[in-house]
Design a protein around this ligand. Structure first.
Ligand SMILES: [Fe+2]
Length: 197
């Protein structure tokens, strides 16, 4: 058995409730269909306990815990303490769908203006079980705005793999064309080993 197969087997046994989703994702030879991702996430019945090996928090920022990836997707468990949030960002080249597993996620959507500034359009609180799907050009920010001690856990799929995204500021005009936005941020993830440690 080669190392990749061993790792795959280990990860599937770590997260048995994700198997229907992983079967679809592992067969991808092209970017995933966003409505299909939405449906698969809506069909999942997962709790924090089901994702326990991937529920790792950090005190200084939200934590991205990579469950599995191929060139066509990455499946990541994001863990947020109270007051932690993403920058305002898009998903350059990747579609994104996520499921709220535990806690309430505050999602703010933004739009470009002729000035080059991005402005918020709306903020909605997403409760457990809610699935959000967005295309690569959508600009948003996700935050845990709950009181101290209240965790937020979300399960994200990016397809294809998310390697960069564009970051926006409400204070500084950015180009209206997302392809010419000035700032890129590296995506940092915590990779789980095959035994979940
Ligand atoms: Fe995002």
């Amino acid at each position: 058995m080669n190392p990749k197969t061993t790792a795959d087997a280990g990860k599937k046994s770590l997260f048995p409730k994700l198997n229907p989703l992983l079967r679809y994702l592992d067969d991808l030879g092209e970017p995933a269909d966003l409505p299909t991702l939405r449906r698969l996430l809506e069909d999942l019945d997962v709790t924090r306990e089901d994702l326990a090996p991937a529920c790792l928090f950090e005190t200084d920022a939200y934590q991205r815990n990579l469950i599995k990836e191929t060139p066509w997707y990455e499946l990541v468990c994001l863990c947020w303490g109270s007051g932690q949030r993403t920058p305002i960002h898009d998903h350059e080249g990747s579609s994104c769908a996520f499921l709220v597993v535990e806690g309430d996620a505050a999602e703010t959507r933004f739009k470009h203006t002729p000035s080059g500034l991005v402005v918020p359009v709306e903020t909605k609180v997403r409760n457990p079980g809610f699935v959000c799907a967005s295309s690569e050009a959508d600009i948003h920010q996700v935050a845990n705005t709950q009181p101290q001690g209240s965790d937020l856990i979300t399960l994200h799929i990016y397809s294809p793999q998310l390697r960069h995204f564009n970051v926006y500021s409400m204070d500084t005009p950015t180009a209206c064309d997302p392809n010419t936005v000035r700032c890129h941020a590296e995506v940092k993830v915590s990779k789980l080993s095959s035994n979940g440690s």
